[in-house]
Ligand binder design. Structure first.
Ligand code: KG4
Ligand code: ZN
Length: 337
């Protein structure tokens, strides 16, 4: 056995300032996450300028906490990594600049990571037996993608959303229903008390054979339904609307994913991103995967949403392949998978 490889990883693409210390890619020594949700809640969504300011204020402190928790010093760190994109560019810049500063000052290697690769790699941390190739469904506030994961560092996009990401649809519908931000967990919870057949929202499957998605229409569908009911003087049952909305989007998502897994002969399905925390989705997929003899993997709640451990894991596999970055590494708002 060679020497352990220790990584310091930073994630700051949206509203979480997170720093992790990873051992050999898959073992978490520390995964500190400072969430700004309570601040952004006041505005009903993430305010980019405020996010950047808070990342800047707290990043060094979170690095110190992670080192302390992981019981390591800078001497023990082999390389530094950070999310390079996609995300809010001002927020990403704080993480990238911090990683570059530490890499330069401490003479360490630097590895920039694609945020979505990180979400997928979160699964390696918890499922020690998981290895590529597999089919991955990435569902977050910014992404809805079906991805063929060829190796630890090679990804092929099979389909994606043509408009809103699924998490975005959850957040928008939650706002319309007055449930607050972030809407995903709120709809997940309240839908449990509602009737998913109360209102029929249109299921948008797009052209036959397409692995793309469209979620923008359903928000208008929900709005029109609410306005219509109000005009008739009827009372709105929020739990019923939430359950009906959720059933409509998940039916499309689950049908497409399972069909493509069967067609491609994929035996492993891996979920990633914040929406992978959804309890109804996991229930539906567990049933369908069992029926089709597909093994289903998803991360625990903490590793589903944004965190630096997943970035450190993805960085480890790039590092092993010598895919390092120079000190001119830049933060990029839009970045191909
Ligand atoms: O991956 P993530 O933390 O950040 C992005 O990279 O976007 O995902 C955040 C998204 C939000 O849209 C949030 O509403 C959604 O994930 N989300 C959920 C649940 N928990 C978080 N959506 C549905 N059900 C949940 N339980
Ligand atoms: Zn994310």
């Amino acid at each position: 056995m060679g020497k352990d490889i220790i990584t310091l990883a930073i994630e700051s693409s949206c509203d979480e300032t997170s720093v992790a210390i990873m051992k050999n890619g898959r073992e978490v020594l520390a995964n500190e996450i400072l969430s700004q949700i309570d601040i952004h809640k006041l505005y009903g969504g993430v305010v980019p300028e405020i996010a950047s300011r808070h990342h800047l204020e707290s990043i060094n402190h979170v690095v110190e906490e992670a080192l302390k928790k992981g019981n390591v010093t800078f001497e023990d760190i082999d390389f530094i990594s950070a999310t390079k994109g996609p995300g809010l560019v001002g927020a990403l810049l704080i993480g990238v600049a911090t990683a570059k500063a530490y890499a330069l000052a401490m003479n360490k290697d630097l590895v920039g990571v694609h945020h979505i690769h990180g979400h997928i790699c979160a699964n390696y941390i918890e499922h020690k037996d998981l290895e590529p190739p597999f089919l991955a469904l990435v569902i977050s506030g910014g992404h809805t993608n079906l991805i063929s994961v060829k190796s630890y560092t090679e990804y092929e996009v099979l389909g994606g959303t043509r408009d809103d990401a699924i998490g975005e649809a959850y957040d928008k519908v939650a706002r319309v229903l007055g449930l607050g931000y972030p809407g995903g967990p709120k709809i997940d919870a309240i839908a449990k008390e509602g009737n998913p057949e109360a209102v029929h929202f249109k299921r948008v499957f797009l052209e036959k054979g397409s692995l793309d998605f469209s979620f923008s229409g359903i928000k208008t569908g929900v709005l029109n339904y609410i306005n219509g009911e109000r005009q008739k003087g009827n009372e709105i049952v929020v739990a019923d609307i939430a359950a009906s909305f959720q059933e409509a989007v998940l039916e499309v998502l689950v049908t497409k994913v399972i069909n493509s897994a069967v067609e491609l002969g994929e035996k492993k399905l891996v979920l990633a991103g914040g929406v992978a925390a959804n309890s109804r989705l996991k229930e539906l997929l567990e049933e369908k995967c069992k029926k089709n003899k597909i093994e289903l993997y998803y991360p625990s709640l903490k590793l589903c949403t944004d965190n630096a451990a997943m970035i450190g894991c993805a960085a480890y596999y790039k590092y092993l392949e010598g895919k390092k970055d120079a000190l001119d590494l830049d933060a990029t708002a839009i970045l191909e998978i």
